[in-house]
Each structure stands twice: as C-alpha cells, then as structure tokens.
Design a protein around this ligand. Structure first.
Ligand code: ATP
Length: 254
C-alpha cells in the first residue's frame, strides 16, 4: 500500500510554472528525500501529492488510484507543526484520528479505545510516551515536531509527506527528529517523501533522492549517485566546500 506514481505533472500559478513535466515512481515503503532550493517546486509537489493543489497537467496515482483531493491514507507533517499548543502531546496525537471519525464524534472529540491505543503507540514510536500528558507549548521545537509525526502516524497512513520538517530546528534536534521519522516510516512500511534543504541531513537519512530545480526533475537516484556534481546541479552556484562541512547550502551561495 502507498505506492506513488507521478505522471507528467505540471503545475502553473498564473504565468509561474512551479512544476514542469515531473514524472517518477516510488514503491511501497520507499523513503525519498526531495531536494531543491527555495522556489524549486518542492512544496507545490507535496501539495499536489496530498490533494491540496490540483495539477495543471498530468496526474498522480497512489496505489493506482488517481488523486483528486485530500485522502485519509495520506498524512502530512508540516514545518510549523500545526499543533494545538494548549493541549497535551497525547491529545494532539489523537487529533490525527479525526479524519476517520464522524463529524459529531470529531466535534465532540470522542475517541474510541482503538484510537487511544494508536495515539499511545505513536507517541511511543517517537520516544514521547513519558511526556504524553505534557502540554505541547511546554515542549521544545524538536519534541513538538515529534508530536506532529505522532499525529500523522495516528492517521494510519500508507503515505507520509513532510514539508521541511526540520527547517526550524537546530542541527542536533533536526537529526533526532529525522531519525524518528525514518524509523517510524520503516517500522510501519509507510511510503514517504520528505523535503529538505540540508544536504548533510538528506544524505544521512535518505535512501532515494529526487532533485528539483526551477520546477524540473533533474535528479532521481540513490545515495551513490548523489555526487557533489549532482548537488551542484540541484543547488546551482553553491560552495561545495560548505556542503562538505555540513553547512546549509542555501546560506552558502558564493
Ligand atoms: N500560490 C501560489 N501562487 C503563485 N505562485 C506560487 C504559489 N505557490 C508557489 N508559487 C511559486 O511557485 C514556485 C515554486 O514554489 P514552491 O513553494 O513550490 O517552492 P519550494 O521549493 O517549496 O520553495 P520553499 O522551500 O521556499 O517553499 C515559486 O516560484 C513560487 O513563487
């Protein structure tokens, strides 16, 4: 479950061509990192994948079903966590089940035993079981993002999309969050696409890499093919010395 097929996808906003004839396929359970500078089209691709934006041309299929709008089996992890900060980690995780409940139950926030167990299991997966009752606003940015991942897991997705999930975190927290995200995807065989702009983190956690530049897919391959030349091509005029040292290439324009 969760295989993805993107076929000749183009997306324009007025006269801005955000995606140009992008095609690729991911097998069930693959973990792909989406690379590209700001404006390359990463968010647009993720928005088309989760059904929030519709293609101008082309199509996306999940498990051979054409995407025509948001689906419950496609979960999203956001950069700005989108959590309810006055609620606990557990309560936030439980909101991941809301898409699957009736509107009355959803409004009343009634959850069945199975959903509660899933929330506990998801918090365990992201290493936050001991902090389940802690208010999200009292948590660090990295912990908050792990709650965001737990919420996505409670949705019981076949596909998980993450748009710059560690962009606002310090390097150590970013690594921790990525490790939990990768582990969760592996344990549950969730097909995942994570957009990142930190090449060092991408190389550490990615198994498949998709590179966008100016809306075009310019790279699709594994870690061995992701050479410095390819990185140069994805990021344009950047200092590869800075990349080797692990600095953010977007700050390393020469
Ligand atoms: N709603 C919109 N209306 C008009 N133009 C848009 C819209 N959304 C994105 N664009 C444009 O489409 C192009 C791709 O943007 P997109 O946000 O997908 O890139 P990105 O790689 O995710 O960059 P960032 O990391 O900065 O979000 C950019 O030129 C952007 O200005």
């Amino acid at each position: 479950m969760g295989s993805i097929r993107v076929e000749n996808l183009s997306k324009s906003y007025g006269n801005v061509d955000a995606l140009k004839d992008v095609s690729f396929e991911l097998d069930e359970g693959e973990f792909a990192v989406l690379l590209g500078v700001s404006g390359a089209g990463k968010s647009t691709l993720l928005r088309c994948l989760n059904g929030l934006a519709s293609p101008t041309e082309g199509a996306i299929y999940i498990d051979d079903e054409r995407i025509t709008g948001p689906r419950d089996d496609v979960a999203m992890v956001f950069q700005q966590h989108n959590l309810i900060t006055q609620l606990s980690a557990y309560e936030n995780a439980l909101t991941g089940a809301l898409g699957r409940t009736s509107s009355l139950r959803s409004v009343m926030r009634w959850h069945n035993r199975q959903e509660k167990l899933e929330a506990v299991r998801a918090l365990d997966t992201v290493g936050l079981l001991d902090d389940a009752s802690k208010k999200v606003r009292q948590m660090s940015g990295g912990q908050q993002q792990r709650v965001g991942i737990a919420r996505a897991l409670v949705q019981n997705p076949a596909t998980m999309l993450a748009d710059e999930p560690v962009a606002s975190l310090d390097p150590a927290s970013a690594e921790t969050v990525m490790a939990y995200l990768r582990q969760a995807a592996m344990e549950r065989n969730i097909t995942s696409i994570v957009s990142l702009h930190q090449v060092n983190i991408a190389r550490e956690f990615g198994e498949r890499f998709i590179g966008l530049r100016d809306g075009e897919l310019i790279f699709d391959g594994g870690i061995d093919d992701l050479t410095i030349d390819v990185i140069d091509e994805i990021y344009g005029n950047v200092s590869t010395d800075a990349i080797r040292r692990g600095r953010d290439p977007e700050e390393a324009h020469v």
